[in-house]
Structures are given as C-alpha cells and as structure tokens.
Design a protein around this ligand. Structure first.
Ligand SMILES: C[S@@+](CC[C@H](N)C(=O)[O-])C[C@H]1O[C@@H](n2cnc3c(N)ncnc32)[C@H](O)[C@@H]1O
Length: 248
C-alpha cells in the first residue's frame, strides 16, 4: 500500500508482539545457544525473531509459517537481505496443518491459529523433537476482569480467551513440557507495542488530514486506542515460556 492509498501496516514494529529489545535479544541468544538443527515458527508474521536466530545458528534449516501472504513477503525480503534465503523458507500455510517436527519450535501471539492456548500447547508439543525446545508467547490475564472491563476490550473478548500465567505454565507442564524460563512483559512493553502499532495510522493522519480515507482511519485509531487504554491496559499481560521437551 502506498501512502496515497492509506497507512502502512506494521511499519513501525520490528516484530508483531509486545517485547523489549533486550528481551528479544535474550530470546535470540538463548535459542541459538541450544544449537537447533531445525527451526519452525508457526504464525511467524515476517519472522524477525526467526531470522535473527537462524542468522546465529549457521547450520540450521528454518521455516516460517503464516497465513498472511504480505507478511511472508516481508519475511522473504529480510531473509534475502541477511543472506539466509537458502536455508530459511517462508511458507504460506494454516498453522495447525504443519506437521514437520523441529528442534526449536516458536509460536508467539498465534495461539488462536490452534484454538485456545491449551490446545496450541498440545499441538505444538507434538512438533518439538524429544530433547528440543518450544518458545511460546501468548496473552495472559493479570487478574480476572469483570463484565464491564471485558466489554471495554476488543469486541468479542471473553474470559476464555486467555489464561493466567500460573495456569498457562501448568498447562505446559501437564502436557509434558518443562519450563526453562517463565517471563511476562512489563507494562512499558505493551505500551510501546500499542503505540508503535498505532503509529502507522497516526503518522499518516498527520500528513493526510484531508484524504478521503482520513475520517475512517481516525475512527479506527481512536477505537483501537480505547480498547488499549480503557480496555486491556493493566488487565492483560503477555507471557513468554521457554519450554523443554524431555528426551525420553
Ligand atoms: C500477533 S501476530 C505475531 C507474529 C509473530 N509471531 C511475531 O511475534 O512477530 C500473529 C500471527 O499469526 C498469524 N496467523 C493467524 N492465524 C493463523 C493461521 N491459522 N495459520 C498461520 N498463521 C496464522 C497472523 O497472520 C499473524 O502474522
């Protein structure tokens, strides 16, 4: 999309989940240190994390799976820029149909591709080779919202959409995974994420206030800001679980 057509999509985000640069870099380091021979990222978007990990593990073969063709194209361009295109493939696929196991499985912010978080963990467990790892990221409730709080969030949000952090970890353990690291983002990481998500629209609006689409874009930006600031802010966290699958 050109500036003339409307705002860009995810133009101000390095990746499409709330995460500080230092935490992102620690994921890269820790995932690379396990020296995975094969890596798959289900719901990878443009796969910035996948690209960075693949770059650090010279022999690894990697696959980024997503259903959004435009995001996959951005991923392919990034992989080509980094000289990774011979061993990192971006594949258009429905996440739950992917069946090729890997030493490192990543799925961040894409649990809905499988259903609930518990269903996602079960499916992803089956993709992790024994002795391998799963890096799983998903929203969590910081506390249980009441009906009015739920109604202020994105339309259609229900209590069942997320678990609490302890319940999410319990689900992973019950499936047979062991937690190597359990972490949840700070509020500032959510705020940065939402601000950068909205920046495409806000920066475009500043330069295009008389554009025929300006009213619609302003309405979308205002609604999204409300879902964030009057809705999920403080109520929702975002967890990253680094999980190991036992060898035997
Ligand atoms: C919140 S984004 C996270 C992207 C990426 N993991 C990241 O952290 O930058 C969720 C991604 O899941 C993808 N997705 C949603 N449903 C999917 C499905 N059924 N199969 C594959 N990908 C899916 C979306 O296209 C989107 O790129």
């Amino acid at each position: 999309m050109t500036e003339h057509d409307g705002p860009a999509r995810y133009g101000h985000l390095d990746c499409n989940s709330p995460i500080a640069a230092w935490r992102f870099e620690r994921h890269v380091e820790e995932c690379a240190a396990a020296s995975p021979g094969t890596i798959v990222d289900i719901g990878c978007g443009w796969g910035e994390l996948l690209q960075r990990i693949t770059e650090r593990v010279p022999g690894a073969r990697a696959y980024g799976i997503d259903s959004d063709v435009a995001l996959l194209e951005r991923g392919r361009a990034g992989a080509a820029r980094r000289g990774l295109d011979s061993r990192l493939e971006f594949v258009e696929y429905q996440g739950r149909d992917w069946s090729e196991p890997a030493d490192l499985v990543i799925s961040i912010g894409a649990a809905h591709a499988f259903g609930t978080a518990a269903e996602a963990l079960r499916e992803l467990y089956g993709l992790v080779r024994p002795g391998g790892r799963l890096l799983f990221g998903d929203g969590v409730w910081n506390r249980v919202p009441d009906e009015a709080e739920l109604a202020a969030m994105w339309p259609g949000t229900t209590l069942q959409d997320w678990l609490s952090l302890p319940d999410l970890v319990d689900e992973a353990v019950a499936i047979g995974l062991r937690p190597l690291r359990v972490e949840a983002v700070e509020q500032s990481e959510w705020d940065d994420f939402e601000s950068q998500f909205l920046a495409d629209k806000e920066v475009w609006l500043l330069a295009n206030s008389g554009h025929p689409k300006a009213a619609e874009v302003r309405e979308q930006a205002d609604a999204h800001r409300d879902w964030w600031l009057r809705g999920h802010r403080g109520l929702m966290g975002f967890a990253y679980l680094t999980l190991g699958r036992p060898v035997g």
